[in-house]
Design a protein around this ligand. Sequence first.
Ligand SMILES: NC(=O)c1ccc[n+]([C@@H]2O[C@H](COP(=O)([O-])OP(=O)(O)OC[C@H]3O[C@@H](n4cnc5c(N)ncnc54)[C@H](O)[C@@H]3O)[C@@H](O)[C@H]2O)c1
Length: 317
Amino acid sequence: MTTSSPVKVSVIGAGHVGATFAYGLLLSGVASEIVMIDLDHSRAEGEAMDLGHAVPFGRPTRIRAGEWTDLEGSSAVVVTAGAGQRPGQTRLDLARRNALVVGDVAAQVASHAPSAILIVATNPVDVMTFVAVSASGLAAPRVFGSGTILDTARFRAVLGDRFGVDPRSIHAHVIGEHGDSEVPVWSLANIAGMRLAEYSSAFGEVLSQDDMAGMFEQIRTAADRIIERKGATYYAVASGLVRIVEAVVRDQSTVLTVSSLIDGPYGISGVCLSLPAIVGAEGIQRVLPLSLDESELRALRSSAAVLRSAIEGLPPK
Ligand SMILES: NC(=O)c1ccc[n+]([C@@H]2O[C@H](COP(=O)([O-])OP(=O)(O)OC[C@H]3O[C@@H](n4cnc5c(N)ncnc54)[C@H](O)[C@@H]3O)[C@@H](O)[C@H]2O)c1
């Protein structure tokens, strides 16, 4: 991959996720300039210096620490600022704390880079995406969150392992909240267009309800199990963020399960949650209303209700 015209990408929050994202972006060659901003400016400087020394082994990229005014001219701004999830803490517990950070950051982005696409990774990502849409005042399709991009990747990986098929050949989505109420869409998961039940029976396999429950449990608890062992997760989400940014700056119209402000489908509105969406240079081009079965629809509506109550629990602006 080569970068044909200059592409500036800024990342706010130079912690585990932000720095790993910047590293992935540097190796990808998607950006020609990366700006890192952090409340702890010297941390951003240290990361930018270290990453800068990787450039001779990677792609020509200018990388530096910056201030809010350096956001100007960014094609995409990625927000990873804020506290991480502690062991045993739910993502929604983080909401009150991180809403202040994300609200402030979103206002800065709107003021200094109003034509950027704003991508939120800070948890709880669906609630923080809602905060970013409200606080930035930017058009809703231009602000979205990494949502269940990672859960969807994990779903495909788990199915790939189970069926011995490259996960890239599997279409399957996790929708709703990035968190405990997320919904795996089993009814539409397919391998080359063959639904899982059809595929299993064609090859004499059995996919029981217990198998499915076990696989979903692996996906739903993946972050907790990693955090228990190493304190944070960052490689996979950073890779997902690089993929999102690539879809935006190269206007790829890629289907990604990202979190956006939902207005209507399934009778849900006024919350941000993940559904497959077409992502390109203008942000969310279209949200795809999947034909869910009844239990999935019920689960998605419950997930929306969980998120609505988290939004209602935020301190007033
Ligand atoms: N969406 C996902 O799938 C996903 C996955 C992993 C982590 N996360 C989330 O990403 C966030 C960051 O995680 P991390 O492990 O990188 O945390 P971290 O503590 O390593 O880094 C957070 C950084 O944000 C900075 N910061 C805090 N307030 C700021 C502000 N107002 N302006 C600028 N910078 C500010 C801190 O100084 C710190 O450097 C957390 O909320 C975490 O839960 C999301």
